[in-house]
Design a protein around this ligand. Sequence first.
Ligand code: ADP
Length: 213
Amino acid sequence: MVIGLGRFGTSLTRTLIQNGHEVLAVDKNEQLVQEMAPIATHALQADCTDENVLRELGASNFTHAIVAIGDDLQASILTTLLLKELKVPKVTAKARNEMHGNVLSKIGADHVIYPERDMGTRLGNQLSSDNLIDYIELSPDYNLAEIGAPPAMDGKSLKDLNIRARYGCTIMAIKTGDRINISPKAEDAIHTGDVLLIIGSNDDIRELENDYE
Ligand code: ADP
């Protein structure tokens, strides 16, 4: 169930549907609901700060509710609180800032997301590195990074590069075009154009990138 069909809720609903999920999309704005009607499994106009409305929508039957209300803090907080009171197993709520996020966590949101803050961090990291393509934050200190093989690695094997001993990070896979070499062997070579999947601490990955810039 996606509540709030602004830019975030709309793109989230589209992606969930593309991935084969059933989604009830809800907004208090009728026009946004009509635009979503051909896309979502069901689209309904409703004010989700009303407990009776949420009961009528059968909120407690949903496995996951996402509160994608951004600007109206009161509506975001009240909706999140009601969904948890109705025992929705998983509630993800979008926060505008740390204070909003803290309140959402305190009232029981299972997961709080900060799309603007996180997108800014992600873009900042990508722009700070010539080779970083993408990354997944495993914890605040550890990342799984996708890095374009720097020219200085061309033709060298993992054994030659000795990345684990020198930097403490591990090359988990090498992508060459559409092929992917999972858990490569020591003698496997890296070539320009390859993409490396590297797991390690942020500091170690950064050091490796700086050395090969
Ligand atoms: P975005 O930044 O993703 O565009 P917005 O804050 O602009 O997010 O959009 C949030 C959406 O949530 C709006 O379309 C608004 O109509 C909807 N919304 C706000 N309050 C409620 C509510 N009480 N019940 C249902 N939908 C709501």
